[in-house]
Design a protein around this ligand. Structure first.
Ligand code: ATR
Length: 285
């Protein structure tokens, strides 16, 4: 097969998956790069995940992304899971190898860093303490990313203290687990605060945190992208803090997936970002 015959195929498996914005991004890249192929929504019920993943090779898919509720379960199905995904405890991306075997990794942490580097080019993980709020899967990816970038102090605060303590123990490095009552004070002197809880997401109440100790110079980040501006980010912006929403993390985790699937590294252009944000804001696909 010559390169011009190449038909790129990938998709996202989830249940439900109709809300996913991933096709917008991947199909944008296919079109912009003058390639042929398709990135499709794959609504896969949990009990069909094994069959669906094993069918990818026969269907000539290069791989797929995984979203709720498949990220953990797929780890047991694929043939190999890399160390990063094991540490984060979830796979976000499956690669079909030429022999049909399945490789699973996690690109969410790369998405978090890619977004930060693009939107705040001066940002450095070691610029000062970072407070991470929440201790679910998103938090693990964010903490892993910060450690990779050389963060010197991560204050990890969670409603359930034990989950924060488990992340600190499993990821190692300079992570201090803190109790929920300490969340307001944990913002004192930080260079960045990141919300990884579900609080502030559409349909959820706002994150309950006082920002009076957050330095004016601190960057406020949220991994939520629906809505684009959570109450936490809105409050931070109104008091003069720079903010980063979660749309960039979604966009930038797509790049390493392309590298693995197609050996191409597409660019998150301002136009792509604008389209994604417009789609999210408008509630369209
Ligand atoms: P994900 O994998 O998407 O990060 P998750 O594992 O369900 O999702 O984690 C959700 C995070 O939001 C957790 O940190 C959770 O706190 P607990 O570990 O105590 O459950 C946090 N969270 C959810 N509801 C919350 C609430 N009402 N107040 C504070 N934190 C909340």
């Amino acid at each position: 097969m010559t390169d011009t015959d190449r038909h790129l195929l990938a998709g996202v498996m989830g249940w439900p998956v109709m809300h996913s914005r991933s096709p917008l991004m991947h199909n944008y890249w296919i079109k912009e790069l003058g390639l042929t192929g398709s990135y499709v929504l794959l609504p896969i019920a949990p009990e069909k995940l094994g069959d669906a993943l094993r069918a990818l090779h026969a269907l000539s898919f290069a791989g797929c992304n995984l979203t709720i509720p498949h990220k953990q379960e797929a780890m047991k199905i694929v043939d190999e899971v890399d160390e990063v995904a094991k540490l984060i405890g979830a796979i976000s991306c499956v690669v079909v190898r030429p022999d049909g075997s399945l490789f699973g990794t996690n690109n969410d942490w790369r998405g978090f860093l890619g977004s930060l580097h693009q939107e705040q080019p001066d940002w450095r993980a070691d610029a000062g303490p970072v407070t991470v709020i929440g201790a679910g899967g998103g938090s693990r990816a964010v903490c892993y990313a910060l450690l990779q970038e050389g963060a010197k102090e991560i204050r990890l605060v969670n409603r359930t203290f034990e989950r924060a303590a488990t992340i600190a123990a499993e990821l190692g490095g300079p992570i201090t687990p803190l109790r929920w009552e300490e969340r307001h004070d944990a913002l004192d002197g930080v260079a960045m605060a990141v919300n990884t809880t579900s609080q502030g997401m559409v349909g959820e109440p706002a994150l309950d945190i006082r920002l009076d100790k957050l330095p004016q110079t601190a960057l406020a980040s949220d991994i939520i992208y629906i809505p684009l501006e959570t109450p936490f980010l809105a409050a931070a912006r109104k008091r003069g803090n720079r903010t980063i929403n979660g749309a960039g993390m979604l966009l930038h985790q797509g790049r390493p997936a392309w590298k693995l699937w197609f050996d191409i590294e597409p660019v998150v252009t301002p136009e792509l970002r604008e389209r994604m944000e417009r789609s999210i804001a408008g509630g369209t696909q």
